[in-house]
Design a binder for this molecule. Sequence first.
Ligand SMILES: Nc1nc2c(ncn2[C@@H]2O[C@H](COP(=O)(O)OP(=O)(O)OP(=O)(O)O)[C@@H](O)[C@H]2O)c(=O)[nH]1
Ligand SMILES: [Mg+2]
Length: 534
Amino acid sequence: MLEPAPFTTAADASKRIQISTASPGISSTTSTGGDAADDASSSSLGDPLLRRQARRAEVRAGKGPLPQRGQQVESVRFRAAGGHGGAGVAAYEPVGRGRNLAALGGTGGPGGDVRVRASRDAPGLHSVMTSVRGGRGGPGGAGGQSGGRGLDRVVEVPLGTTVRLGPDLRAQQEQEQRNREAGREEGAAGGVWAEGGEVVWEDVPEDDESEEGEGEVGGEHGTGGGGEWSGSDEDEGVAYGTPGGLRGDWQLEGSEGQVVELTTHGQEVLVARGGAGGRGNKSFPALPGRPAPDTAEPGQPGEQRWVVLEARLLADVGFVGLPNAGKSTLLGAITAARAKVGAYAFTTVRPQLGTITFEDGSRLVTADIPGLVKGAHANKGRGNAFLRHIERCRCLAYVIDLSGGTGSKRGEGGGSSSGGGRRKTPPRERDQGQAEQKAAASLGAEGLTPAEQLAVLQDELGRYSPQLLAAPALVVANKLDAVADPAAALAALAAATPLPIVPVSAAARVGLRRLTEALRAVVVQQEQRKEATQ
Ligand SMILES: Nc1nc2c(ncn2[C@@H]2O[C@H](COP(=O)(O)OP(=O)(O)OP(=O)(O)O)[C@@H](O)[C@H]2O)c(=O)[nH]1
Ligand SMILES: [Mg+2]
């Protein structure tokens, strides 16, 4: 567990501004994508195993309020049910000048499957429904046609989601049924049948209903827990899925107790298979000299199981700022990550992760999130995708260009590398939404005062999800070197927010040690808050 850093959150604005020119002296490592997040989960921020177990226990118990958009949902459980297979039909066709009938009833279509698919555009786990059922297969046709396949249902989850599969409840129920029947036979011979840990006489004679008594628990008759998740708490003995190739994609057929981590866009796991369609009378043998078979089977029910999804957090701290505020420069300054830096908006189009390693060995994963523009909550400048990344950060650091708006030294002989005046256009067309991004480029950090930048950011976050504003946060006042009157600029910013402010210059590497300590303090604050609510 991290110790709180000597960092103040006092209401007094002057105390909240911390100026330090100490050299960083921070050893740092970098990793990208999931590795860094893995590092985060295995960091010394509490025992991750205990945390995971507690979380799972909570999910199983169905505790806690329903998650809202913006809440950092770490784990959800839903019930997946493959679609029911379609019924086979009994149909006939006259043959031999209409004297005889031939069976021509088709087989029912299979029920639809339920799959979980990783998508880089998926909303958080909060949007996963509590029950997902595949479509029912169509009935067989009278002309011997097979019924249509039921619709598959796909649950889209963010990359890095872990899928944990419970037992097939339907197979369990069938087993219970068989056990019960076997118990009946045994009961007739004085045997017993165990249910839910209690022993009951299953076949109570009608004339003596009070005949209920104790006996030995028949080990083989134990039930599977009445439809509740009964997967193991521990990772031991759990098979980790390796992606198979069912349909060309990374598509894995899930089975009980399996834990699959979906890390690649489009990777899928089949969590509940649809039931088979029933056979029509065409599929039954016609005996010579006998009427056509009139047997047609009903469809089979699909698999049913509990599926637990666990989200992996993107980072401990996310850098949130307008384009050009210096987020990537900052990430490069405090970690070994080498995010691309450019004096044009939207240099960063995907989150970049970096790990700060402190001298005591504790680590923090920080994420440089692409710049937000005014209107991001309405998806301007691909804002929704970026806001979703922000949702996956435990704490936020608003990165503000302190030299923005008034008070900038830029243009007075060239202090800032971000340059004043017109911004360069990106070197070449890149991802989708580039045109939109270009249009939004005029909304970078430089045009607004620090307080205005913060107001825009908080407004966008709040409109997207008020929960985001509740996350522990601090303000990083960057580009200190480019400000003519830093004290006045900081005082103006401090007057506009109660959040702690850490002035830095990412380019000149000033105030970085103080910043990393402050980041550590907000993470500790987040942990304490979380513990308090548990
Ligand atoms: N003078 C000065 N310039 C800085 C500082 N930090 C960053 N810059 C410059 O600001 C410009 C934008 O920096 P980036 O780090 O790419 O900004 P960003 O917030 O990641 O921008 P997007 O990826 O577009 O959202 C670059 O020209 C940087 O050199 C600083 O502390 N002082
Ligand atoms: Mg950037």
